[in-house]
Design a protein around this ligand. Structure first.
Ligand code: UD1
Ligand code: MG
Length: 461
């Protein structure tokens, strides 16, 4: 179908979040709730997406500013879901089907929406419903003895008998826009909450002889909304469990699926092992046979086949993805920052920080070091405690270390500086000038010796 217009309701207050941030901007799986819904609307190829803003409208609109396909309409004041839709219909064309979604129901799946749209088929009112043992608080789907849907009654307006109905309305419907437009003009607010209920359109559809159909699902997480921090955390777990299941179905071995957090996109090759308590953010790609140790945080990185990331390693390429070659070994306790590019078989050990630097195949920095704004050639051995002094207080400068150089422990390389291929730097050197290929450079105080040196003794009182 090419005539789907999505309206996402996001004007509500979210009082129970007790937060200054609008509810739909709270994050789930590293993304705003509203962004999940927008992404799903994208999957069903909606021809337009309209977000109804109200509470915190400026913040919500600012969060959407870069999304050219998404328009916003303000609803001020907020007089109910029907009133929200009244603000939207002037922007919708009569030849379409309106799909109503909620900005705080983030995990609805596109397949479910496709099924609902198929049921609507451009002429029926299609409601997404859920059979649940806990219907309290929701609108109930009321059916006649022939099991035809005749109304939705809100929890606060429901009789004791209606409250026992286990089929609830999810807040999601697909409706022919030309019919919706007329029904919305007939709404009133004579109900327990003195609100204009969108759900009242069901009565009008029945009165007009329009077919009303309910598509019932039983996966509660798809239609669960976020109203409180407790619900947000519960839905986060449901989301993470689902990510873990999808990865395991592809063959990824997770030490414990309940201790994995994917806050973005994790793309995996085959034979991957991920130990407990790892967090993946942004876009991360793992090649075949990669092993990730426990307690790693990895963001925006591409990791080559056979590479091992040892425990407690932090990798974040931010907006410049980090690339790590094959059969490399990173960590434990390593930190890779933006602009890092590591070749095959590179080793980065404990308490080594690398920023904006390229290390060629087989280069090693194994202990307690800083590599910043530097280029290291193949097989360079960067000793324990070596520092690139890349910052003069005003500008950053580059260090170039050609292939096969050995830099002795605790040396400082004062940039800009270049170390010639195959050279050696003596431990504890402060290197301020370029070094020649193949040479030994020692740049520290010469060792002196005073024979039979007597240490001072304490004076007697
Ligand atoms: C609504 C449904 C209820 C359903 C439930 C599912 C109505 C009258 N009731 O109830 O049948 O079981 O969702 O979760 O529709 N919103 C606005 N403007 C408003 C009011 C709400 O944009 O003036 C937005 C909210 O931000 C939210 C959505 O609409 O995204 C639903 O509003 P909410 O107040 O949570 O409705 P419920 O009482 O939960
Ligand atoms: Mg609600």
């Amino acid at each position: 179908m090419s005539n789907i217009d999505v309206v996402i309701m996001a004007a509500g207050k979210g009082t129970r979040m007790h937060s200054s941030m609008p509810k739909v901007l709270h994050r789930l799986g590293g993304r705003a709730l509203l962004q999940h819904v927008i992404a799903t609307a994208g999957q069903i190829q909606a021809r337009r997406v309209l977000v109804i803003t109200g509470h915190g409208a400026e913040q919500v609109e600012a969060a959407l500013a870069t999304q050219s396909k998404v328009a916003t309409v303000r609803q001020i004041p907020q007089l109910g879901t029907g009133h929200a839709m009244q603000q939207a219909v002037p922007w919708l064309a009569d030849d379409g089907v309106t799909l109503v979604l909620s900005g705080d129901v983030p995990l609805i799946q596109s397949e479910t929406l496709q099924a609902l749209l198929a049921l609507c088929a451009g002429n029926a009112l299609a409601l997404l419903s859920l059979n649940t043992p806990q219907p309290s608080g929701y609108g109930r789907i009321v059916r006649n003895p022939k099991q035809e849907v005749i109304a939705i009654v809100e929890d606060r307006d429901a009789s004791a008998e209606q409250k026992r109905i286990a089929e609830i309305y999810s807040g999601i419907m697909a409706v022919p826009t030309r019919l919706l437009r007329g029904w919305l003009t007939r709404l009133d607010n004579r109900n327990a909450q003195a609100e204009y209920y969108l759900t009242d359109v069901v009565k009008f559809a029945v009165a007009d002889g329009c077919e009303v159909k309910a598509y019932a699902i039983d996966q509660a997480w798809q239609v669960e909304g976020v109203n409180t921090p407790v619900q947000l955390a519960a839905l986060e777990r449901a989301y993470q469990q689902r990510q873990a299941n999808l990865l395991m179905q592809q063959g990824v071995r997770l030490a414990d699926p309940s201790r994995l957090d994917v806050r973005g996109e994790l793309v995996c090759g085959s034979d991957i092992d991920i130990d407990i308590n790892c967090v993946f953010e942004g876009k991360v790609q793992l090649g075949d046979g990669v092993r990730i140790g426990s307690h790693c945080v990895i963001a925006n990185a591409v990791i080559g086949a056979g590479t091992q990331i040892l425990p407690f390693t932090h990798i974040d390429g931010e907006d410049q993805a980090i690339h790590i070659g094959q059969a490399a070994r990173i960590g434990p306790f390593a930190r890779l920052r933006p602009g890092t590019q590591l070749g095959d078989e590179v080793h980065i050990g404990n308490f080594v920080e690398v920023k904006n630097s390229q290390l060629a195949k087989g280069a090693k920095a194994n202990h307690l070091a800083y590599v910043g704004d530097a280029t290291l050639g193949e097989r360079v051995n960067y000793g324990a405690g070596v520092i690139t002094a890349n910052y003069d207080g005003a500008n950053k400068h580059h260090t170039t270390i050609h292939a096969d150089v050995h830099v002795g422990s605790n040396s400082v390389l004062v940039a800009p500086v270049t170390l010639g291929a195959g050279g050696t730097v003596g431990a504890g050197s402060v290197v301020t000038k370029d070094t020649a290929a193949g040479a030994l450079t020692v740049a520290r105080g010469k060792q002196i010796q005073v024979a039979n040196w007597q240490r001072p003794t304490k004076k007697s009182k």
